[in-house]
Write a protein that binds this ligand. Structure first.
Ligand SMILES: CC(C)(COP(=O)(O)OP(=O)(O)OC[C@H]1O[C@@H](n2cnc3c(N)ncnc32)[C@H](O[C@H]2O[C@H](COP(=O)(O)OP(=O)(O)OP(=O)(O)O)[C@@H](O)[C@H]2O)[C@@H]1O)[C@@H](O)C(=O)NCCC(=O)NCCS
Ligand SMILES: Nc1ncnc2[nH]cnc12
Length: 290
């Protein structure tokens, strides 16, 4: 897959995420969720700003494909920090996609590494490669930096609760997406033949299972427990009463999350990861057929 196709896969995944409406507590086409500092247009500006970097992440993966995976993370992070800076410059310092940059950068780099070695860049291989790149990230970011004053939400949350947030998800090879949201999405696509309905069901599945550091940072473990339980309840409504009742309940969830300042930003990023999975899955099947 050419670097510009990888860029398109990542950009499309980010656009599908921001376009999905409703999304409890999150920015969408209808409202800004639990956010006073960002809206739909700002996310679109952010997406166009960071998109070119996904090709650079992929090219970096091609150039370091035969290096031991975890030794390439510092170099990838240097590019990621430049990308973050461009994002913050474009958004007047609002953090729209810090987590999405991290997750998608790893996936784009993994595509480059696999293709440079002549291996197929399917979901399973890309997730395994990402896990190998991040193999030492918990040790280096948290344990070796134990004396360092925690600066970010993730560092503070790990220090306090032992939950690894975005890093933990990457180390697991995006297990919450791979083992839960992606199968749920594929089943929903077969049942409803609707990408929008399937994306929303997958998002609620993610919220029900994800240890989202954004929720913890804003509403503590109590907020995380509430959000996960509330998402499970919406899924049980889907199973028991069907999609229309589920959708009504998700709109109610949005009001409840906003009242509690809950924003599942990490789950929104994992929905972008799911969109990236679908795009590379289709690209492979397309290449196979085309
Ligand atoms: C590796 C880093 C990204 C780690 O950053 P941090 O130490 O902060 O770690 P986390 O808090 O764990 O995660 C950072 C962001 O990742 C998203 N996230 C959270 N939990 C999960 C999860 N379980 N799975 C996946 N992703 C997760 C989340 O990002 C989204 O939410 C942000 C917007 O929400 P908001 O509440 O507005 O956030 P704030 O502005 O911080 O709060 P307010 O001030 O508004 O109240 C947005 O970022 C979304 O993307 C987490 O925020 C990082 O340290 C790093 O290394 N970056 C530089 C290197 C780099 O980019 N490398 C790329 C190649 S490796
Ligand atoms: N749609 C969204 N709303 C709020 N935070 C997010 N982080 C990633 N996507 C988001």
């Amino acid at each position: 897959m050419l670097n510009d196709r990888v860029c398109r896969c990542a950009r499309n995944a980010l656009l599908r995420e921001i376009d999905l409406t409703p999304k409890p507590g999150l920015v969408d086409r209808n409202n800004n969720g639990s956010h006073i500092d960002m809206d739909y247009n700002l996310f679109c500006i952010s997406i166009e700003t960071i998109t070119p970097f996904f090709g650079i992440f992929c090219q970096y993966g091609r150039e370091t494909a035969f290096s031991v995976a975890h030794t390439t993370l510092p170099g990838l992070r240097e590019i990621g920090i430049k990308c973050e800076r461009q994002m913050l410059a474009a958004t007047d310092r609002v953090n729209t996609h810090k987590g999405a940059i991290f997750s998608l950068a790893l996936l784009c780099c993994s595509v480059g590494r696999l293709e440079a070695r002549g291996e197929i860049a399917d979901i399973s291989n890309v997730c395994r490669e990402t896990s190998l790149i991040c193999r030492k990230i918990i040790e280096t970011d948290f344990h070796l930096a134990a004396e360092k004053t925690p600066q970010t939400s993730g560092e503070k949350i790990y220090r306090r609760y032992g939950l690894a947030g975005a890093r933990g998800e990457a180390v697991s090879g995006f297990e919450t997406v791979r083992l839960h949201a992606w199968p749920t999405y594929k089943t929903s696509m077969r049942m409803y033949n609707s990408r929008e309905k399937s994306e929303l069901i997958a998002l609620i599945c993610l919220i029900s299972r994800n240890n989202d550091s954004n929720i913890i940072a804003r509403a503590g473990l109590t907020g995380l427990d509430f959000a996960r339980g509330r998402a499970f309840r919406a899924l049980s409504i889907l199973e028991g009463k069907g999609y229309e009742d589920f959708l009504k309940d998700v709109w109610a969830m949005n009001d409840e999350f906003m009242a509690l300042n809950i924003s599942p930003g990490g789950s929104a990023d994992l929905l972008s990861v799911l969109g990236f999975f679908e795009n590379i899955d289709q690209d492979i099947s397309c290449e196979a057929v085309c």
